[in-house]
Design a protein around this ligand. Structure first.
Ligand SMILES: CC(C)(COP(=O)(O)OP(=O)(O)OC[C@H]1O[C@@H](n2cnc3c(N)ncnc32)[C@H](O)[C@@H]1OP(=O)(O)O)[C@@H](O)C(=O)NCCC(=O)NCCS
Length: 173
């Protein structure tokens, strides 16, 4: 206990968030987490395509009560990996947890020896990715690199790919 992550349902508008302690509470998502992960993604306006599939590697951040208050992950694993599903419970945003979760996914993807490039699709948090070293690229470049990624297939089929912004960076400095 005492990991410093507040209960997301009781935090005030100015919660104390200990990001270093929260980092230690990030764990690989299991099958049992799928419903809560889906709920978190839907609440954050993100795609749930492929959630639960073996090639979508997700991790979760729990609060002290064991409730999921953050999600992060990636899919793909050739030279190209698609970061996805980076979400923080609204009450806990703007305290560094999103950066910590995104960095955790970048590190997990970069730990795979074949992964050379990271990509991400985003519909409105652009400066967030820029601060993490990503640069803007045409969405078509991402689709060409990851045509079979769950998220890409779903967004192309729905037509929502047109509203997305694509970012990329090397997996390692
Ligand atoms: C995007 C999201 C994960 C950021 O989480 P967060 O905990 O608020 O982010 P952080 O506090 O770690 O912010 C890191 C930096 O990004 C900036 N930032 C955060 N959210 C931002 C946003 N929506 N737009 C622009 N910049 C943003 C912060 O100001 C901060 O900058 P700084 O380092 O200069 O202070 C969160 O807003 C969220 O869950 N959004 C809905 C889901 C989503 O859009 N995910 C991204 C696509 S996968």
């Amino acid at each position: 206990m005492g990991a410093g992550l507040p209960d997301s349902t009781t935090v005030s508008s100015a919660p104390h968030v200990d990001v270093a302690a929260a980092r230690a509470r990030v764990r690989t998502a299991t099958r049992a987490d799928v419903p809560a992960v889906r709920a978190c993604l839907v609440a954050s306006g993100l795609s749930t395509a492929g959630v639960g599939a073996d090639d979508v590697r997700l991790a979760v951040l729990e609060d002290r009560q064991g409730r999921i208050v953050g999600v992060t992950g990636f899919e793909g694993g050739g030279p190209d990996a698609l970061l996805r599903s980076v979400a923080v419970a609204p009450a806990l945003r703007r305290h560094g947890l999103g950066r910590m979760l995104a960095e955790a996914a970048c590190e997990r993807a970069a730990a795979l020896p074949d992964v050379e490039r990271l990509w991400v699709l985003d519909a409105g948090s652009g400066a967030f990715w820029q601060r993490l070293g990503f640069r803007l690229v045409p969405t078509a470049d991402l689709v060409a690199a990851l045509p079979h990624a769950w998220q890409v297939v779903a967004l192309v089929e729905s037509g929502d790919i047109e509203r997305q912004i694509a970012w990329t960076r090397p997996a390692r400095p």
